[in-house]
Design a protein around this ligand. Structure first.
Ligand SMILES: Nc1ncnc2c1ncn2[C@@H]1O[C@H](COP(=O)(O)OP(=O)(O)OP(=O)(O)O)[C@@H](O)[C@H]1O
Ligand SMILES: [Mg+2]
Length: 345
C-alpha cells in the first residue's frame, strides 16, 4: 500500500511517499526558511504564495525518487490542520485535485498526528521493539508544546499544553535575542555545544501548573539577564536557556509517564531534534524512549503519509468529507480525525 502525503501547514512544502506505513520511498521538503529569516518569523501571506510555487515540482520529484507512477498510489493524504489557513489550503486543494483526477481516496490528516507517526517511519521496521500502549507523547514544535496520552493507534487525550509560547517559539525568540539565526532551535543547540560554561536559568513552572508548560517567563528572564550583563557571552546564555527548557520538558513528560503507567515515550515535532532533550529523556526515563530520526522531526510529507496508513489500513474512525474536506487551522490532537472518503468522479 503506497500513500502519498502532502504537508503545507506552515513554511515547508513537503511531499513524501510511504509504503505500508513504515517504508520511506521518498520525502521531498522545500523549506522557505531563508525567505522568512529576513523577517525573523513566518509571514503567512508569503508562505502561501511560496507553497503555490513549490508544490507541483515537489510532487514530480517525490514520484521520481520513489520510482512510482501516480496510478501505483493507493491513497492521497493531506494535512488539513492545524496550521496557517492560507498555507493549508494550498496543500488541500492540490490533494483534492490529485485524488479527483486519479480516482483515489483522500485522507485529511492532523499535522500533530503526523509528528507522532514520524517515529513509526523506519526503513527497516522492527515492530517487536515497540513497547505497546499506553504511550506518553511529547509534542514540542514551533506552534505546540503538548503532552498527549496515546492509548492506541489514533486514540489521543490531551494531558497538558503550554499556556503561552511553545518550546520552539521560545528557542526562536531566545536565538533572536542572542543575535543568532532563524530557526532558533538548531542555532541555540550549536552555540550551547561550543560553550565552556552555562548561565543558570530556573526551569519555568517546573513544580506547578500540573502537566502544563509556560515559556514566556523564561524568555523575559533571558531578556533581563542579557540587559544586566555588561558583555553577555552567547554560548553560556544559549547553554543555560537550552538546559532550562529541556529540564521542564523531561520532568513533566516523566511525571505523565508515572501518572498514567505509560509503557513508553514518543517525542515528536521540531524540538524533538534537540540532542540534549533526546539524551536527557533517554537517560532519565524508566521506559523506552522512541525517537524519530532528527531529519524527520521537523515538518515533512512522509510523516503525514505514515499517520494516514494507520487509519487507511485499519478500522480507525474515518469521517467522510470528500471534496468538502476543509482546512481547520485550530484542529486539536483529540478532535475527530480529519476525514476519509473515496471521491466520486
Ligand atoms: N535542534 C533543535 N533544538 C531545538 N529546537 C529545534 C531544533 N530543530 C528545530 N527546532 C525548532 O522546531 C521548530 C520547528 O518545528 P516544526 O517544523 O515541527 O514546527 P511547525 O510545524 O512550525 O509547528 P507545528 O508543528 O506546531 O505546527 C522551530 O521552532 C525550531 O526552532
Ligand atoms: Mg510541525
Amino acid at each position: 500500500m503506497r500513500i502519498l502525503g502532502i504537508e503545507s501547514s506552515c513554511d515547508e512544502t513537503a511531499i513524501g511517499i510511504v509504503e505500508d506505513g513504515r517504508k520511506l520511498l521518498s520525502n521531498v521538503v522545500s523549506s522557505q526558511v531563508e525567505i522568512h529569516a529576513r523577517y525573523g518569523g513566518i509571514v503567512p501571506e508569503v508562505a502561501s504564495r511560496q507553497h503555490v510555487l513549490a508544490i507541483l515540482p515537489i510532487y514530480h520529484q517525490a514520484l521520481e525518487l520513489a520510482r512510482t507512477r501516480p496510478q501505483d498510489l493507493d491513497a492521497i493524504a493531506v494535512t488539513n490542520g492545524p496550521g496557517l489557513a492560507g498555507s493549508l489550503l494550498v496543500g488541500l486543494n492540490f490533494a483534492k485535485g490529485l485524488a479527483l483526477s486519479l480516482g483515489m481516496p483522500l485522507l485529511g490528516m492532523n499535522h500533530m498526528e503526523g509528528h507522532i507517526y514520524a517515529f513509526w517511519l523506519e526503513d527497516a521496521p522492527d515492530p517487536s521493539k515497540e513497547p505497546g500502549f499506553p504511550l506518553i507523547i511529547l509534542l514540542a514544535s514551533g506552534g505546540h508544546t503538548e503532552l498527549v496520552l496515546m492509548s492506541n493507534h489514533g486514540q489521543y487525550r490531551l494531558l497538558g499544553k503550554t499556556r503561552d509560547d511553545s518550546a520552539g517559539e521560545a528557542f526562536d525568540k531566545a536565538a533572536r535575542l542572542l543575535g543568532l539565526g532563524f530557526p532558533g532551535g538548531p542555532e541555540i543547540q550549536r552555540a550551547a555545544a561550543g560553550a565552556k560554561s552555562s548561565e543558570p536559568f530556573t526551569p519555568p513552572m517546573l513544580h506547578e501548573g500540573g502537566l502544563d508548560f509556560s515559556f514566556s517567563g523564561l524568555k523575559t528572564a533571558l531578556v533581563r539577564r542579557v540587559q544586566d550583563t555588561p558583555v553577555p557571552v552567547v554560548g553560556p546564555f544559549a547553554a543555560g536557556f537550552q538546559r532550562s527548557v529541556v529540564e521542564v520538558l523531561v520532568t513533566k513528560t516523566l511525571q505523565a509517564v508515572g501518572i498514567h503507567g505509560a509503557r513508553g515515550v514518543i517525542l515528536g515535532g521540531g524540538v524533538a531534534a534537540n540532542s540534549l532533550l533526546r539524551e536527557q529523556m533517554q537517560a532519565r526515563a524508566p521506559v523506552p524512549v522512541l525517537l524519530p530520526r532528527p531529519g524527520l522531526c521537523t515538518d515533512n510529507g512522509a510523516m503525514v503519509a505514515a499517520a494516514a496508513a494507520f487509519r487507511y489500513g485499519s478500522a480507525l474512525p474515518r469521517t467522510g468529507y470528500g471534496l468538502d474536506l476543509d482546512a481547520i487551522p485550530s484542529l486539536k490532537i483529540d478532535d475527530v480525525p480529519g476525514g476519509y472518503q473515496t471521491l466520486r468522479t
